[in-house]
Unconditional design. Structure first.
Length: 220
């Protein structure tokens, strides 16, 4: 299956179905509390990563954070930023959104605050973040690492993992688990669609939920 087909299948699935699939497979479910800051849009793609440190970088070049990740990412990819320093400073901003949008990236996910939200909204670039801030990274935080493991909502994610994000949450999927998660999520989505059809046809919701929902994940 091509990468294009994989991403297309992921985009057809909402994060709730994917999170349920992860539950079924005993994998980490969706991360919550990182909503879309710009507009509601489901994004899916492979990730590049950035980890942010506190204060100014000591020694070496002072390359602006996230620029290397944007340049390394493939079109359709997602930049994931861990900014958990506790310092109120943006892990993502407007010029980064414009550069990522121009590169054809799907969006950015920030474990921490982002800024220039209105600018990202204006160009239609999805930014998911813990919240907004007007405070610049300059003099407050720096890029500690690009392309290493980061943590989002307590989940360890690495470059090349897949991410899907929507208004309900964000799910991260390891490549080796991808097919199993897709198959389980597609099954769950199909069952939920059938349940919705029954409800819209006038079947009592208690009957629909009682007969089907509790067994949806295959729990015994």
């Amino acid at each position: 299956m091509s990468e294009t087909d994989v991403i297309a299948r992921l985009r057809r699935l909402d994060v709730c179905a994917l999170s349920d699939a992860c539950d079924r497979l005993k994998l980490s479910p969706a991360v919550t509390g990182i909503p879309p800051q710009t507009h509601r849009a489901r994004i899916a793609g492979r990730i590049t990563t950035v980890k942010v440190g506190a204060g100014e970088k000591q020694g070496g070049s002072a390359r602006h954070l996230c620029t290397a990740a944007i340049e390394a990412a493939e079109p359709g990819g997602i930049v994931v930023v861990e900014q958990r320093t506790g310092i109120d400073a943006a892990g993502w901003g407007g010029i980064l959104s414009r550069a990522a949008h121009l590169k054809g990236l799907s969006g950015a996910i920030v474990e921490g605050p982002a800024r220039d939200i209105d600018e990202a909204f204006e160009i239609g670039f999805p930014v998911f973040a813990r919240g907004g801030t007007a405070r610049t990274a300059r003099g407050r935080i720096h890029e500690a690492e690009t392309g290493g493991a980061v943590h989002v909502g307590g989940i360890k994610v690495e470059p090349g993992d897949y991410a899907v994000a929507d208004s309900s949450g964000i799910v991260f999927i390891k490549p080796e688990n991808l097919e199993a998660v897709l198959e389980a999520a597609e099954m769950i989505a199909a069952r939920e669609a059938a349940m919705t059809k029954d409800v819209l046809a006038g079947k009592p919701v208690s009957e629909v939920m009682g007969a089907s929902y509790e067994k949806l994940l295959g729990h015994r």
